[in-house]
Each structure stands twice: as structure tokens, then as C-alpha cells.
Design a protein around this ligand. Structure first.
Ligand SMILES: [Zn+2]
Length: 273
């Protein structure tokens, strides 16, 4: 079962590479067929097999020997691992599919922001819609929704609390990133966060709900600060070097469904002790 999910993940990862390559450039992901960006030669199906072709071709185009970026096998491998882990942990039903879909979208956003500082609307806005829609069938653990529903003690069906949590967290997390971006811009006079980050944060909130989503935001801030400090120490770029905050968000978000529970449990135990 896990092997089957990994194989599906490899194939999906191969398609995600096309999305990462084309969406930030405003190109269609369906047509034309894959070509070498240097010599323009179409890539034959037998040179387009996930992981294997990269190894057989030794990371070079068959016609012109142009280097194939390491991103191609890394995306395929990461997607396969996410799909296999999602299947093992959450099963082959809707819950597993939701985690796999979310992971795949995070893989795309991780690379488009890293390579071109772009978070395509196809993924962020599409993901926001998908996250809210899926909250009707795969419950989002209530956090913010309890604050709203808890006081008047309304008796609503379980799915409506899940949808409310999904929508509320999307608004709050997106709004929070917008506020942070505005404050940063007013203080420093340069844009630290783009509107793409706001939409991505809303998508994360819609999929994960408030407790996991806030943990992701915290982890991304820590990762971003560490990376920024690391670059300064290494003498690579200064304080104005733009950092791909979406890449840190994506890395933390893709792992959240697997790692957040123990961290949150530890936190609540620590707080309530
Ligand atoms: Zn070529």
C-alpha cells in the first residue's frame, strides 16, 4: 500500500516539476510537451521516467548535454516520500489524500519561491478553495471555532464547526501575514512579504486549522531568521537580500500533519502543568 502511494507520488512529482517550471513563467502546464530548455528537443517518454532517467542520463540532456537541475529528482523523491508517509499514517481514504494533496502543493510553492520568489495563484488560491471544501469531509480540529462557538453554546453539526475553523483560520492567518508585511514595509521601507505569502498563509490555515497553522508560522519565522543570520555570517548578501519566506512556510507546512501533534501535546502539557 505504501509502495503504491510512493509510485503515485513519483509520477505526481514529475508533473509538479512541470508546474514549478511553467506556472511562474505564465505558461500552460499541459501543452506543449516537455522540451529541453536549451536545445528545444522534445523529451522522449523513456527519458522522462522519474528518478531513473536522471540517473541514466547522468543529469544531462540526451541531445545537447545541458545540465538537468538537481531539483527534478529532489521534487520526485520528496513527493514520493510525502505520499507514502501520508498513506501509512492516514490511510488511502480522503484523510490521506488531503494530506498528500497539501504536501504536493507545498512542494511546488517551496521551489517556485526559492527559484523565482513567486507563489503562483493556481496553487495558493486553488489550495485555499480546496482546503475549505475538504474541511466539510475531513474534519479540521477546532481551535478558533471553539472561541466563537463555545460562548453561546450553539448546537451545530460537527462538519460546520470544521468549516468555520477552516475559514476563520484562513482569514486570521492571512490577515496576520498582511499586518506583519505592512508593519515591515512602514518600518524599513522595503517589501519583506508579498501578497503571495498572504494567500499562502490563508491556504495553510484553511487546510490545517489554527493550532497547527500557528505552529507552522512560528517554525517558518524561526527558519527564516536562522537562514537570514546564516547568510549574514557567511557574508552572502546583506540585510536587504530578499528571503523566500514562502519556502520556509512550505517546508514547515508540508511536515506539520506528521510532526505537529507531539509538539502541540508537549506544549499544552507544559502550559497546563
Ligand atoms: Zn538539450
Amino acid at each position: 500500500m505504501t509502495t503504491a502511494a510512493a509510485l503515485v507520488g513519483l509520477a505526481v512529482g514529475s508533473f509538479l516539476n512541470v508546474c514549478i517550471q511553467r506556472w511562474p513563467r505564465g505558461e500552460s502546464v499541459l501543452l506543449p510537451r516537455s522540451r529541453c530548455p536549451r536545445c528545444g528537443d522534445p523529451i522522449a517518454w523513456h527519458d522522462n521516467i522519474p528518478l531513473l532517467s536522471f540517473a541514466v542520463l547522468r543529469a544531462r540532456c540526451r541531445s545537447c548535454r545541458a545540465a538537468i537541475p538537481i531539483r527534478y529528482p529532489l521534487v520526485e523523491l520528496a513527493t514520493a516520500l510525502l505520499f507514502a508517509t501520508a498513506a501509512a499514517r492516514f490511510g488511502l481514504g480522503l484523510a490521506g489524500a488531503k494530506v498528500a494533496l497539501f504536501g504536493g502543493m507545498c512542494v511546488v510553492l517551496f521551489w517556485t519561491d526559492l527559484e523565482r520568489l513567486v507563489l503562483p495563484d493556481q496553487v495558493t488560491l486553488g489550495g485555499l478553495g480546496a482546503g475549505i471544501a475538504l474541511s466539510t469531509v475531513v474534519p479540521v480540529p477546532p481551535g478558533l471555532a471553539l472561541l466563537v462557538l463555545g460562548v453561546p453554546r450553539w448546537h451545530l453539526p460537527a462538519w460546520s464547526a470544521s468549516v468555520l475553523e477552516s475559514c476563520l483560520t484562513a482569514i486570521v492567518l492571512g490577515g496576520l501575514l498582511y499586518a506583519i508585511g505592512e508593519a515591515y514595509y512602514r518600518l524599513r521601507g522595503i517589501e519583506g512579504l508579498g501578497f503571495g505569502d498572504v494567500k499562502f498563509a490563508a491556504m495553510i490555515g484553511a487546510f490545517l486549522g489554527s493550532s497547527e497553522a500557528f505552529l507552522v508560522l512560528l517554525a517558518a519565522c524561526l527558519l527564516g531568521t536562522a537562514a537570514g543570520a546564516g547568510l549574514l555570517v557567511a557574508g552572502q548578501g546583506g540585510r536587504h537580500t530578499p528571503l523566500p519566506f514562502g519556502t520556509f512556510l512550505a517546508g514547515a507546512a508540508a511536515l506539520a500533519p506528521f510532526c505537529a501533534d507531539p509538539i502541540l501535546n508537549w506544549y499544552w502539557e507544559y502550559m497546563l502543568r
